[in-house]
Design a protein around this ligand. Structure first.
Ligand code: NAD
Length: 548
């Protein structure tokens, strides 16, 4: 399921052809949304008014003919990928259009669902790969947050520039075969290591259809601050594969994971760089990564990943650690805010690993969960939702869509519901300057990475919303990942009680340091948490010096 439809401008004056192409794309895995223009003039005015991902262009239109039709589009919007879809079966014309910048040339009589879907998919992929690898709102946010903090703390200029970009980035492409047909797709994968100063690098692997190098780099940078804030002996890393995981069968997921692992096998390792789950990946995916790595090594290497199943050397408590940690921190924040959790209301965006466990532990604290969501919908009941019914419904239906006994709201509406605690636990860039003034919570507990923009931070600050920033809020995951790595390295496993009590101690210590700094320096919690992390990294960097 692709959540953001691909926006296609079809410039085509023949109504039968318009319908035929749309009909063919209905059977495709791509979620294409078509806008039709019937002439060159209309097409050119459409691309000025709206953003499109790709144009399907007929060369013969009422007001234009031949290759000049393409030329007009290319000069109007050079970065917009164009696929020629024409009745003209002419190989030299095809070559000329590609030379002029068209991504593909399809003769209408040859068009079928697979051909069209692949052509559209690759036209967009190539354009992204050529121009957009670093172009990510998330990377801009991570850099601006860092620069703002550097300004406030008067960070050494040399250190500032060193930390602004990751130390190592790896882009791989891998062949991926789906179940239903024999065609092979070319898929992009990433592993980014932001900081190698503190020890091995550490960070999750995300499968999502929109990721690029910038997004993975932002996540790696946040991992650096998080590990340093918590005093873990790791630098930040992150990885990902640009694919929609919800559209993959289990065999597909396994094949993709094993091939991706073998592409980055020289980069990861228990002493080098240790992946973990993130959005779109889970324990099973970690198990396959561990197995693939171990097959290459010739012996079992449990410490190469964390967040794997317990029977493979995973840690007790890792699965729920991020949600559990977030709730420990909510408890600490509530105490400072004089807010009783018994009977308080909570809204949670995202009901995956982080969201569902946050809901579970808040529920144990007698917080009333009034709304949750997933990629398909949000569900709201001001009297409180039954988690038991939600788990059962998801088990049977995979997604929340169609859940009875609740009002259905969009993910954006959900964020604006009245509540005491709002926990974004899905995607980045959810609370922005456009909706921050309508956010009604008292406590914003960030389970997701990067859910709040800098402008929104300001607005929420003016409204006195207490913020548990992501680098602190979701640090429970990497903390128990660290425990798992230590247990694997020592071949000595801890009890759940030991894990939870150490997790609690470490997170509350980080909360207290952050809260104390925020209060004494009169700065917000995010800046305070980042200063804690950046100070530690700076000290280590200065002590290690520069090679050679
Ligand atoms: P997950 O894949 O288990 O769950 C993600 C949830 O978000 C799902 O319910 C999905 O349906 C929903 N979702 C996806 N797209 C959405 C959209 N556009 N709008 C609303 N909901 C959407 O992922 P997760 O591991 O729970 O990670 C969630 C967030 O927490 C991410 O930002 C991740 O980086 C962060 N995080 C995760 C961990 C961890 O241990 N898993 C640790 C730290 C931070």
């Amino acid at each position: 399921m692709t959540e953001n439809p691909i926006k296609v401008l079809m410039v085509e004056d023949n109504a039968i052809h318009q319908q035929l192409i749309q009909h063919l794309m209905k059977n495709s895995r791509l979620n294409a949304h078509f806008v039709i223009a019937e002439s060159l003039k209309e097409g050119l005015s459409r691309i000025v008014q709206e953003n499109f991902d790709v144009v399907l262009l007929d060369l013969v239109l009422p007001d234009s003919n031949g290759i000049t039709t393409l030329g007009k589009f290319r000069s109007a919007e050079p970065n917009l990928p164009v696929i020629i879809l024409t009745g003209l079966d002419d190989i030299s014309l095809a070559a000329a259009t590609v030379e002029l910048g068209a991504q593909d040339y399809i003769v209408k009589t040859n068009a079928n669902t697979t051909l069209l879907s692949r052509s559209i998919h690759y036209a967009i992929e190539r354009t992204r790969a050529r121009s957009g690898e670093w172009d990510s709102g998330m990377f801009q946010l991570a850099q601006q947050q860092f620069l703002k903090t550097a300004q406030i703390m008067g960070l050494d200029d040399n250190i500032r520039e060193r930390l602004l970009f990751p130390q190592k980035t790896h882009i791989v492409t891998l062949p991926f075969r789906r179940d239903e047909y024999g065609l092979v797709e070319n898929v992009f994968g990433y592993r980014v290591q932001h900081l190698l100063t503190m020890g091995p690098t550490k960070g999750g692997i995300r499968y999502h259809q929109d990721i690029n190098l910038g997004e993975v780099s932002a996540l790696a940078m946040w991992m650096t601050w998080k590990c340093a804030l918590i005093n873990l002996p790791f630098g930040g890393a992150k990885g990902g594969v640009r694919i929609d995981p919800t559209a993959l069968s289990r065999p597909e997921l396994q094949r993709l994971t094993r091939r991706f692992t073998s592409e980055i096998i020289n980069v990861i390792g228990p002493d080098k760089d240790i992946p973990a789950p993130d959005m779109g990946t889970d324990e099973q995916v970690m198990g396959w990564i561990m197995d693939t790595y171990s097959q290459h090594a010739g012996f079992t290497v449990p410490g190469v990943v964390t967040g794997k199943p317990v029977v493979l050397g995973g840690s007790l408590g890792r699965r729920e650690a991020t949600g559990r940690g977030l709730v420990y921190l909510i408890e600490a924040a509530a105490q400072h805010m004089n807010m009783s959790l018994d009977g308080a209301t909570a809204v949670i965006q995202g009901f995956g690993n982080v969201g569902s466990n946050t809901a579970r532990f808040l529920d144990e604290d007698r917080v009333k969960i009034v709304a949750v969501s997933d990629v398909t919908t949000g569900i709201y009941n001001s009297n409180g939702l039954s988690l038991k019914e939600i788990y059962k419904y998801i088990q049977d239906n995979r997604f929340l869509s169609g859940f009875p006994e609740a009002d259905h709201v969009t993910n954006q509406e959900l964020l604006e519901l009245p509540c005491d605690i709002l926990a974004p636990a899905a995607l980045q860039n959810q609370i922005t300057s456009t909706n921050a003034d309508r956010i009604k919570c008292r406590l914003l507990a960030e389970g997701a990475n990067g859910p709040t923009t800098l402008e929104a931070d300001e607005i929420l600050g003016e409204k006195n919303v207490f913020i548990l920033p992501d680098v602190l809020g979701n640090a429970g995951g990497v903390t128990v990942s660290y425990f798992e790595w230590v247990q694997d390295t020592q071949n000595y496993m801890w009890t759940l009680e030991e894990i939870n009590s150490r997790l609690h101690k470490i997170l509350i210590d980080a909360f207290d340091r952050t809260f104390h700094r925020a209060s004494s320096d009169k700065i917000d919690m995010r800046t305070a948490a980042m200063i804690e992390g950046i100070n530690r990294v700076t000290e280590a960097k200065l002590l290690r010096g520069i090679f050679p």
